[in-house]
Design a protein around this ligand. Structure first.
Ligand code: 2AM
Length: 183
């Protein structure tokens, strides 16, 4: 299974902020493919292909972390030419976010892939965006997310797999396998 840890940003307290982000994404006009609403997330650690047999130990290790909850306030929407995405960035992300990501990237049971990007907190809104002239980017009003939990997610290894969940436009959806509480 292709796995990653992420902030789902779907706590009840985040409903309004998340809806605003979804509306913003629906109104982006130009190049690229929008990330499905249900897939919006902040990746903490990308693990790559992990054997199913490792799942219980991975879940136990993440459950034992006991790290603090934190708030995240959005800053702007940017185009990153590598890896060609439009994404939301954050204003002074708290050290608790970096601490959480660092722990999840270095779990002895399955460390993050060595070729993982350097951790720069972001929420991908659109993929396949070559440069910022290709997209009309209105200002995103600042929104604060209360991060009280994170999840372990499965991403389809092959988009042609017929058994994977999809949205009503046929786009593959991530599956949350487990949620973990922050303190
Ligand atoms: P993203 O965080 O920029 O959106 C599932 O594929 C998630 O893991 C996606 O959110 C994706 O990018 C991230 N991801 C995919 N491949 C990655 C890699 N090699 N290193 C780090 N993150 C990756």
């Amino acid at each position: 299974m292709r796995l990653f840890f992420a902030l789902g940003l779907d706590e009840k307290a985040n409903q309004a902020a998340r809806e605003q982000l979804v509306r913003y994404n629906h109104h982006l006009y130009g190049e690229g493919r929008a990330v499905p609403d249900q897939n919006l997330h902040l990746t903490l650690a990308f693990l790559g292909e992990v054997p199913d047999t490792k799942l219980p130990a991975l879940q136990a290790a993440a459950s034992n972390l006991a790290l603090p909850a934190f708030n995240l306030t959005t800053s702007s929407v940017e185009v990153w030419e590598q890896p060609k995405i439009a994404c939301v960035t954050f204003n002074q992300p708290p050290s608790a976010l970096f601490e959480l990501a660092n722990h999840l990237q270095t779990l002895p049971v399955w460390p993050a892939k060595a070729d993982s990007h350097v951790f720069t907190p972001h929420i991908t809104l659109r993929r396949g965006v070559k440069d910022d002239d290709a997209l009309d980017l209105p200002t995103l009003p600042a929104q604060t997310f209360a991060c009280q939990r994170f999840g372990l997610y499965a991403s389809p290894s092959s988009t042609s797999d017929e058994s994977i969940p999809r949205d009503n436009e046929g786009r593959a959806l991530y599956q949350c396998l487990h949620q973990f509480s922050l303190c």
